[in-house]
Design a protein around this ligand. Structure first.
Ligand SMILES: *[C@@H]1O[C@H](CO)[C@@H](O)[C@H](O)[C@H]1NC(C)=O
Ligand SMILES: *[C@@H]1O[C@H](CO)[C@@H](O)[C@H](O)[C@H]1NC(C)=O
Ligand SMILES: *[C@@H]1O[C@H](CO)[C@@H](O)[C@H](O)[C@H]1NC(C)=O
Ligand SMILES: *[C@@H]1O[C@H](CO)[C@@H](O)[C@H](O)[C@H]1NC(C)=O
Ligand SMILES: *[C@@H]1O[C@H](CO)[C@@H](O)[C@H](O)[C@H]1NC(C)=O
Ligand SMILES: *[C@@H]1O[C@H](CO)[C@@H](O)[C@H](O)[C@H]1NC(C)=O
Ligand SMILES: *[C@@H]1O[C@H](CO)[C@@H](O)[C@H](O)[C@H]1NC(C)=O
Ligand SMILES: *[C@@H]1O[C@H](CO)[C@@H](O)[C@H](O)[C@H]1NC(C)=O
Ligand SMILES: *[C@@H]1O[C@H](CO)[C@@H](O)[C@H](O)[C@H]1NC(C)=O
Length: 451
């Protein structure tokens, strides 16, 4: 036993004094350093931990525990706080030397309108690639179509990206989430065919701010084939849809969440039975009636805020029962009395009606903010003979739940902190020792472990 301790302390002594640590492959460390050097600025010094030998412990770098290969580079910036954005004139090709990388998040950094480099297509282990808000521009290289393991691809709001051809996208057979918001895709032939039913795993598609109108969709093709779509979440916000929605959406039975905010829709939305969430904020409906939303009996979340609907809040009467839990009506121009029939929304949590007097403290009139001509409780403007109250219970409830969680975590940790720290310390030490020894053996024998 004493011998074991002695050996342990000896190794510890060696590692701490000589700073010998074989925890990261030399060429991968060099590649990361070259990437760091290629940046022209890092105003808040986010990569300050990028020195020393063990690149597995650098901020934002993740290694496989067994092989010590770099598998993650997770360094998103912050577009609201420019100091937290890394800035580069281009994305340096040294990254392609991280041949085991499966997760790359460079979103919200600033690559100063440079093109997305072709070498990205050689990083074939990538499963997650996020370049959203990273100020790339130009044509998206077709080489990305070589990333057959890709599950998530974020190219949204990047600046002025163009996709002129979608045949390469159709090769991304594992793709589950695709964000092309703000990307110029309208010139590409068949984008609708590829996106709506050639990607067998796609469940989330973001096409906000893409200048799309109904004319961009090949109705005949989509009509016959849309039922095969696997897309559950579809974001079409801030496009150019006018009047009615693209009718093919009706037959898209996979849809659960549909965002049509900030278009120019003015006519009744056709019923889509599987929809759970519908966002219609900022459209051109002239009355609440025109939206047709009360025919959606199963829907849980409905957002009709920022619509200029000068009529009153009518309904709901169409369904015998509603599952609606959340209703957003902010700045909707509504006026008149809040209707009694809202009582039918028995599942409503975020805009709930309860008898007057019992829970006055919990209502939230801000739910109706901007609808200056509405009257009735909980608003300060009374209608004559009003005895009802609309309240917002959910937010409060959630807050309370959160508080409870914190209390729970706090009491658990404070009880065990000391023991936990000791155990974690031992684990960390032994892991470090284990990895170091492992790497040392590999270093000496030259036997490399590949995953
Ligand atoms: C990558 O960055 C390194 C370090 O700044 C630089 O020497 C190299 O030329 C860059 N590579 C390319 C392809 O620009
Ligand atoms: C690697 O080790 C860290 C810390 O010991 C642990 O949190 C993580 O889950 C491990 N990862 C894998 C893939 O085993
Ligand atoms: C990657 O894709 C490009 C363009 O689609 C193609 O020319 C190239 O041969 C592919 N590279 C590999 C290694 O498959
Ligand atoms: C990409 O990153 C941005 C910002 O960091 C984030 O909001 C977005 O959800 C990410 N996209 C995907 C598809 O994960
Ligand atoms: C929409 O995309 C354009 C570029 O195509 C961009 O300049 C603009 O800021 C985007 N608008 C929003 C609201 O994201
Ligand atoms: C999209 O790109 C084409 C060039 O390919 C350009 O003519 C068009 O104006 C762009 N559209 C938008 C909305 O930027
Ligand atoms: C529907 O999809 C099938 C298989 O992808 C295709 O062969 C067929 O041409 C499509 N139908 C139309 C009308 O485009
Ligand atoms: C929906 O699908 C049915 C059956 O395939 C078809 O007859 C109808 O035209 C489609 N409607 C729309 C709006 O695509
Ligand atoms: C609805 O929008 C369409 C397209 O903008 C327009 O032609 C139509 O007159 C509008 N209808 C009403 C009732 O406003």
């Amino acid at each position: 036993m004493t011998n074991l301790w002695n050996v342990g302390f000896f190794l510890l002594f060696v590692f701490s004094t000589t700073n010998l640590c074989f925890c990261c492959f030399h060429h991968e460390r060099q590649a990361l350093l070259r990437f760091k050097r290629s940046l022209i600025s890092d105003p808040s010094n986010r990569l300050s931990s990028w020195n020393g030998n063990n690149c597995c412990q650098w901020q934002g770098v993740g290694c496989n525990n067994a092989t010590l290969r770099v598998i993650r580079l997770d360094i998103p910036g912050d577009s609201l706080w420019p100091k937290n954005r890394l800035e580069g004139n281009e994305l340096n090709s040294s990254l392609s030397e991280l041949t085991h990388l499966s997760y790359l998040d460079l979103s919200r950094n600033n690559f100063r309108s440079s093109p997305i480099p072709k070498f990205i297509g050689s990083m074939t282990r990538l499963r997650y690639l996020n370049l959203s808000y990273a100020s790339f521009s130009g044509a998206v290289p077709h080489h990305i179509g070589n990333l057959s393991n890709l599950h998530v691809l974020g190219l949204g709001n990047t600046e002025e990206l163009i996709v002129d051809d979608f045949t390469w996208v159709a090769r991304l057979m594992s793709l589950e989430i695709l964000d092309l918001s703000g990307v110029n895709i309208t010139r590409a032939r068949d984008f609708d065919k590829v996106l709506f039913h050639m990607l067998p795993s796609l469940r989330e598609l973001r096409l906000g701010n893409c200048s799309l109108s109904i004319s961009h969709f090949d109705q005949t093709h989509l009509h016959t084939n849309i039922t095969y779509s696997t897309i559950q979440t579809l974001d079409l916000r801030r496009n150019l849809f006018e009047g009615h929605i693209p009718f093919f959406l009706q037959n898209m039975t996979s849809l659960r969440v549909l965002d049509l905010s900030w278009n120019q829709l003015n006519s009744s939305i056709p019923v889509m039975n599987n929809l759970v969430e519908l966002k219609l904020a900022g459209n051109a409906f002239s009355s609440f009636q025109d939206t047709g939303v009360w025919r959606f009996c199963e829907i849980k979340r409905l957002d009709i805020s920022f619509s200029k609907m000068p009529g009153g809040l009518t309904g709901p009467l169409e369904c015998s029962q509603y599952n609606l839990e959340t209703l957003y009506l902010k700045e909707s121009g509504l006026k008149g009395e809040i209707p009694i029939s809202l009582d039918r929304l028995t599942s409503l949590k975020e805009l709930r009606r309860i008898p007057t007097g019992t829970q006055l403290h919990s209502f939230n009139p801000s739910t109706y903010a901007g609808n200056n001509k509405l009257c009735g409780s909980p608003l300060p403007t009374r209608c004559s003979g009003d005895e009802r109250i609309v309240t917002d219970g959910a937010e409060k409830q959630e807050e309370e739940e959160d508080d409870n969680k914190w209390i729970w975590i706090y009491s658990t940790t404070s009880g065990f902190t000391t023991g936990l720290l000791v155990i974690l310390g031992i684990l960390a030490l032994s892991r470090k020792l284990r990895l170091s020894i492992y790497n040392f053996v590999e270093f000496c024998t030259g036997i490399k472990m590949e995953t």
